[in-house]
Design a protein around this ligand. Sequence first.
Ligand SMILES: Nc1ncnc2c1ncn2[C@@H]1O[C@H](COP(=O)(O)OP(=O)(O)OP(=O)(O)O)[C@@H](O)[C@H]1O
Ligand SMILES: [Mg+2]
Length: 232
Amino acid sequence: MGTDAPIAAVELSDVRFGWRGASSPLLAISSIHIERGEKVFLAGPSGSGKSTLLGLMSGVLLPQAGSVRVLGHAWESMSASQRDRYRADHLGVIFQMFNLVPYLSVLENVLLPLKFSKLRLGRLARPEREARELLERLGIGAEMLGRPAGELSVGEQQRTAAVRALLGQPEVVIADEPTSALDADNRDAFLELLLAEVGRSGAALVFVSHDRSLASRFDRVVQLADLRAEAQ
Ligand SMILES: Nc1ncnc2c1ncn2[C@@H]1O[C@H](COP(=O)(O)OP(=O)(O)OP(=O)(O)O)[C@@H](O)[C@H]1O
Ligand SMILES: [Mg+2]
């Protein structure tokens, strides 16, 4: 390795991961290297392990073997609280199940990560105004901002979760089927906003979707099946 090689946004090496009780590992990946600013479309059949892989990338799951690094920092070398802190500072994650706090309002949900990261808060001149503007661009208007997230439609929750992930310009954005509940117009608006925001901040984007028509908008398509290590 060259001493001045740029630090990858996300890097996996010789990773093995199996859910407890499984006889063989679900994921066995010799190498993934995602550059800073790179936009990757991750594809694979249902149940193949895409969400699991995103869990490893975001440090929510740890592999049984190998290393997962974000911006040069290995999740496995951090304590649980260090991982939470590091994730809050550097990653915007849109989970497949959104993970909004149902009793908090739309605006409170969107602003929540900034409470855990001074770094991200410090990047925003007017956090609440920027949150409102991003939400507005995704069709979530002022009249909805005070509603509890638990009352939103699934598509509205997806868009709220996306704004929450993007606010404060994290260096790595991870999105797990963020458009699955959106109609074509909302999906297109969503993708435009997501790509514009990561383009503006220079963030790397890892995007999982079953909608292959979106793949051409990305720098690279990665098939989960192609990542399997030679030795099973
Ligand atoms: N929390 C868990 N405990 C045990 N097994 C799990 C857990 N989560 C996922 N799995 C198993 O791991 C495999 C891969 O699941 P994963 O959710 O990563 O697939 P996926 O590619 O994201 O699928 P989809 O496209 O349907 O979202 C599945 O067989 C699933 O049953
Ligand atoms: Mg999934």
